[in-house]
Design a protein around this ligand. Structure first.
Ligand SMILES: O=P(O)(O)OC[C@H]1O[C@H](O)[C@H](O)[C@@H](O)[C@@H]1O
Length: 386
């Protein structure tokens, strides 16, 4: 026992030292980055990617490279599109394409991918990337005259090096701020001036956090209204092994039946055919339980009362050119959204919409969403998530 304890202590010390060394390296990298975003480094993607997926053993140069990776790196992705890679010291990571302000990857500390991206995804404007987290703004679906899901998902965003301070400062080291403003062309189809600031952050524990701040910058004194969704595609083992909890007894609009309104009856949502529903007035916490994988995704949201649940099933899958015929089995979309009541902003006003995603072992999560707790959770002010 004593020996075991000493070993453990040694391992802990080694881990603490390694952590301290990595933290010092990150700080040095940050200082070197100079006038750019304080955390942002530009590196060759090839180097970066070699440190990720292809890593075989800790003795290879690629493995050493992994140890040295900075928390925020800008590099090139598919089709030479710009992307930003976020990495936390414990090994979790995320990738965000400037095209669409689109998160395309979120991996846990073991390097397991948690988001679904289609093998047939087209990383080429103007088609939105199929998978990850498309941003639907200023319109969800066809709730208005714009193209399906609005234009934010197929515009090129820029890195915001000097965002206004957040009410609650982010303590994480791995985050990136992006900004989208309308072009002259955008103003022709949606005549409203806005600034959309998106922060994507990884917590030290590997949670993925997206914060959207949308401000009306109209000079003509006019308010504008929009609908919105974080259209998250979760990667799952098999759609028949998955259930969604937290939406029981709620009303929903069924997109497959002309948006007729129904009340959810079942215990939890399970999938046996195409499903496309907008749940209304949902609690701030929803769980996606993957029985086979023994993993639960927890979705926490703020400022986003609705939740869309979507699986295209086989027929629709075949009809989508950027989606594999069988891929519907390995994905489910649970989308934190504001749809039924559009958000209206007067000039100078700002709206905040937050999404926090965690992946936890199902055993740990089991029973957390019993009806009483859901009611308690929904009474927690939405802006209390940080
Ligand atoms: O194919 P997209 O434009 O990306 O839309 C994909 C899906 O998005 C949402 O989940 C809608 O509720 C669905 O009706 C739609 O089919």
């Amino acid at each position: 026992m004593a020996h075991g304890g000493a070993e453990l202590k040694k391992a802990e010390q080694a881990s603490t030292q390694a952590h301290a060394a990595r933290t010092a390296k990150f700080a040095a990298d940050r200082d070197q980055a100079g006038s750019q975003s304080p955390l942002l480094l530009r590196r060759a993607c090839s180097t970066l990617l070699a440190g990720g997926d292809m890593l075989a053993s800790a003795s290879t140069p690629a493995a050493e490279e992994k140890q040295e990776l900075a928390p925020v790196v800008q590099c090139k992705g598919v089709n030479d599109l710009d992307k930003v890679v976020l990495r936390e010291v414990r090994g979790s990571s995320a990738e965000v394409y400037l095209y669409g302000g689109h998160v395309t990857s979120w991996k846990d500390e073991h390097g397991d991918e948690l988001l679904f991206v289609s093998n047939k995804a087209i990383f080429k404007p103007p088609k939105a990337i199929r998978g990850g987290i498309p941003i639907c703004f200023p319109q969800f679906s066809n709730f208005g005259n714009l193209e399906q899901h609005g234009f934010a998902r197929n515009r090129v965003w820029t890195i915001d090096t000097d965002p206004p301070p957040f009410p609650v400062p982010t303590t994480n080291t791995a985050y990136i701020d992006l900004i989208l403003k309308p072009t002259e062309e955008d103003l022709k189809i949606w005549p409203h001036s806005f600034e959309y600031r998106l922060r994507v952050a990884l917590s030290p524990g590997g949670d993925l956090m997206l914060t959207s701040r949308i401000r009306n910058t109209n000079a003509d004194g006019k308010p504008f209204s929009f609908t919105f969704a974080y259209h998250t595609y979760f990667k799952i083992s098999d759609i028949s092994e998955v259930r969604v909890e937290g939406l029981e007894t709620l009303d929903y609009l069924d997109n497959l039946q002309d948006r007729a309104r129904f009340t959810e009856q079942g215990d939890a949502i399970v999938f046996e055919s195409e499903l496309d529903r907008i749940y209304l007035g949902t609690p701030s916490k929803i769980a996606i339980i993957d029985h086979e994988k023994k993993r639960t995704f927890v979705v926490r949201k703020g400022g986003l009362p609705d939740a869309v649940v979507w699986n295209p099933w086989d027929k629709k899958a075949k009809a989508m050119s950027d989606f594999g015929d069988d891929e519907y089995k390995r994905m489910v979309c649970v989308e934190a959204a504001a749809i039924e009541k559009p958000v209206t902003l007067k000039p100078g006003e700002e709206w905040t919409g937050k999404l926090e995603l965690s992946a936890v072992p199902s055993s740990y999560y089991s029973g957390q969403l019993d009806p009483d707790r859901v009611i308690q959770d929904s009474s927690v002010p939405e802006d209390s998530i940080s």
